[in-house]
Design a protein around this ligand. Structure first.
Ligand code: NAP
Length: 680
């Protein structure tokens, strides 16, 4: 059956056939037809702005995180359908795993990060509040709010699922609707993923739309509150960045472009050692995985001149053993390039790279495994050699987006760093060495030119997540030629889609704006101890001022004996007298423990656990005879995703704790985090 690949706009699959056929990468058989004609991009922009944004505003951030998790589960349930289509893009089972399971993993990771780190509301306040007047009557903080626009994602062909989901997830969590324009060659797989998500009923209307092909007016809608994320070649990036509509509209632009990533072998790594083999594994994997059509693939292999021959020999042997052919066959390691035209571009790039280079392995025309394959779509591994000394040499300029790498020798670490830097900005480089000092010196030279450094040694190589795997919690992106973009990186991914604004005002105004307690704002004192309230009953601002306790020498001695902490400041009268405090003082941890004793409500109740403490400062010393008192105030609440095994729901409650002395002076300050049960 030939698929009609349409756009998904305003809740409808729209578009007439353009006559453009979408073909299977291995055999050239028609998989689908691009039905991208007659679609009005303006309708997608309007629907995202009016319906999508409103729908997201109705969900708070924890609800959005829960939706992402549910979407991840749905895609997991139906992923066989995605795998079936993925083979047509030229992907082996392993290639598809990174795209499909990797994409679902990104959804799940943002769901977890969102649930753990974001507050329950619609904006994201920072915890830190700075007093701006002597008595704290006027203060300042920052909040993050979703940009009041739409995120347009223009994606590359090589990761049709992951490429969409790693951008959609943080945009959705932040509260921005997405319009996805996938690369045409593999858009049928992206469209299938969108269909599964849309039919799940979990996607609020207008929050994810798809525009296939090159619809008219795609960029016309871009305005000052919008975000354009682009993944693709540096050339297209340049043309989009300089597009008059992008420049005039003032949209935020994030670019992930091509990159000449490196792998650098340390001089201490002996040929044949496990680390040497691990290095070879990384290079072979990165050259052949997805047939080298990976933005993070290793393009330059930088080796000590003394180890060059041994390394080339090993790489040659390994690359010659790579079985190229039908990606559907289990014993095939590497499939075709995505299209004959990509294969043509790669052959052309190889010819340019080969100019002035040594041909170390030319397996570009491999014997193919499988029947009925279209030979022109396949390019086998190619290894070249060059001295790379001229920073303008093709090896530092040309990205062959296929299974191609060049080996470059070096003598000194500075030379290795200079060779890597000649790529003028990369996504990632690997360094393999057991000499941590050497690695650190090299890393200092590499860091300004990279988005990520992947450092392996004998102890870690087998556990590494891999040179080429962008991880949701770590930055993906790179400076200069790599586009200057920053994606993923944990909650920093939300920076693209949220605007950070400073807010100044009274503590009461800041508490009202941020939805969290700010010191100096009115508190709610009541007869019911806050620890006796269930999650739903607790209000931000609910507070308890405890009874007092005078600290005695016996407290200090007992605490020292219990903890084994006999630091002179607590036990040596003479040394303590000579210290800046001029006297013996109580342990800070005693003050903390005594405060817990002051505010605890001992009998069983809705507080299930105390699981952490943030921002602890011991502000002033507490001496023998000082009297302490604590104020505990509910600062913020966030529900926790409910597990099937949970009898009742739970939420995380953050409490502001201030411990003061007999003069009302703050002696200790911190937040504690508790798990509080819901009534229902
Ligand atoms: P590309 O030709 O630059 O295309 C990328 C995307 O831009 C496609 O969706 C393409 O649509 C679209 N596009 C091209 N011209 C456009 C225009 N004038 N207006 C609107 N959209 C336009 O790149 P590609 O060949 O798909 O991908 C390969 C390149 O991407 C490689 O160089 C690789 O290094 C880079 N890449 C980088 C990363 C990264 O994270 N840094 C990740 C993956 C790939 P059509 O398909 O319809 O032409």
């Amino acid at each position: 059956m030939v698929l009609q690949v349409r756009s998904f706009v305003a809740g409808q699959w729209q578009g007439r056939t353009s006559g453009r056929e979408l073909t299977d990468a291995a055999r050239g058989a028609v998989v689908g037809e691009l039905a991208g004609e007659g679609v009005d991009a303006a309708e997608a922009w309007a629907h995202a702005r009016e319906t999508g944004r409103r729908a997201l505003q109705r969900l708070d951030m924890s609800e959005r995180a829960a939706r992402l998790r549910a979407l991840g589960r749905t895609l997991t349930e139906y992923k066989a359908q995605l795998y079936a289509l993925s083979t047509a893009t030229g992907a082996t089972r392993g290639d598809s795993w990174v795209d499909i399971d990797g994409g679902i993993g990104a959804l799940m990771a943002f769901a977890s990060m969102g649930a753990a780190e974001l507050p329950a509301g619609r904006l994201w306040p920072e915890s830190a509040v700075q007093p701006l007047s002597r008595g704290g009557e006027f203060a300042g903080t920052h909040i993050r709010v979703p940009r009041a626009g739409v995120a347009l994602h223009v994606n590359a062909f090589n990761f049709p699922v992951w490429g969409m989901l790693e951008k959609f997830a943080p945009a959705f969590l932040a509260g921005m609707p997405s319009i996805v324009k996938p690369a045409t060659d593999t858009c049928y797989l992206t469209a299938e993923c969108v269909r599964l998500m849309a039919e799940s009923g979990l996607l609020p209307e207008g929050t994810l739309q798809l525009l296939v092909g090159r619809p008219d007016g795609l960029l016309d809608g871009l305005g000052a509150q919008d975000v354009l994320t682009f993944t693709g070649s540096a050339q297209t990036a340049r043309s989009l960045r300089s597009d008059a509509r992008v420049l005039a509209g003032g949209a935020l632009v994030n670019v992930e472009a091509d990159s000449l990533n490196a792998a650098i072998l340390g001089p201490d790594v002996t040929p044949g050692s496990p680390l040497f083999d691990a290095f070879v594994d990384q290079v072979v994997r990165e050259m052949t995985f997805k047939a080298g059509q990976k933005c993070t693939a290793i393009r330059r292999v930088i080796v000590p001149a003394a180890s060059r021959e041994a390394l080339v020999e090993r790489l040659r042997t390994r690359l010659q053993a790579v079985r190229v052919g039908d990606p559907a066959l289990e014993d095939v390691h590497m499939g075709p390039l995505v299209s004959s035209s990509q294969a043509h571009d790669v052959r052309e790039a190889i010819a340019r790279l080969a100019d002035g280079a040594e041909q170390l392995l030319d397996a570009a025309e491999p014997t193919l495994v499988g029947d009925g394959l279209r030979a022109e779509g396949f390019v086998g591994p190619v290894l070249l050699g060059h001295d790379g000394r001229d920073p303008a040499a093709p090896v530092h300029e040309i990205e062959a987006f296929g299974p191609v790498a060049t080996v470059l020798p070096y003598e000194e670490a500075e030379q290795a760093a200079a060779l890597a830097a000649a790529g003028r900005g990369s996504l990632v480089s690997t360094v393999a060495s057991d000499d941590a000092r050497w690695t650190a010196g090299l890393a200092a030279g590499l860091a300004p030119w990279h988005g990520r450094l992947h450092l392996i040694d004998s102890g870690s190589a087998a556990h590494s997540t891999g040179h080429g795997a962008p991880l949701p919690a770590l930055r993906h992106g790179g400076p200069g030629r790599a586009g200057g973009g920053a994606e993923l990186g944990g909650m920093a991914a939300l920076d693209l889609y949220m605007h950070r604004v400073a807010v100044q005002g009274s503590p009461a105004a800041l508490a009202a704006v941020t939805g969290q307690y700010v010191r100096g704002a009115p508190v709610i004192d009541s007869d019911v101890h806050p620890f006796r309230k269930h999650y739903e009953e607790l209000k931000v601002g609910d507070s308890l001022l405890t009874h007092r306790r005078t600290v005695s020498e016996a407290d200090i001695v007992n605490f020292g004996c219990l903890s084994g902490d006999f630091f002179y400041m607590h036990f040596d009268e003479i040394a303590a007298a000579a210290s800046p405090f001029g006297k013996r003082i109580a342990h800070g941890y005693f003050v903390l423990s005594a405060a817990a004793g002051l505010f605890v409500s001992p009998s069983p109740g809705p507080v299930l656990a105390n699981y952490g403490l943030d921002t602890l400062r011991f502000v002033r010393p507490v001496g023998i005879g000082d009297t302490i008192q604590a104020r505990l105030t509910c600062k913020r609440k966030a529900p926790r995703p409910r597990k099937p095994s949970d009898e009742r729901g739970q939420g995380v409650v953050t409490w502001d704790v201030q411990v003061t002395n007999q003069d009302g002076t703050l002696v200790a300050s911190y937040d504690i985090l508790t798990l509080v049960e819901m009534r229902d």
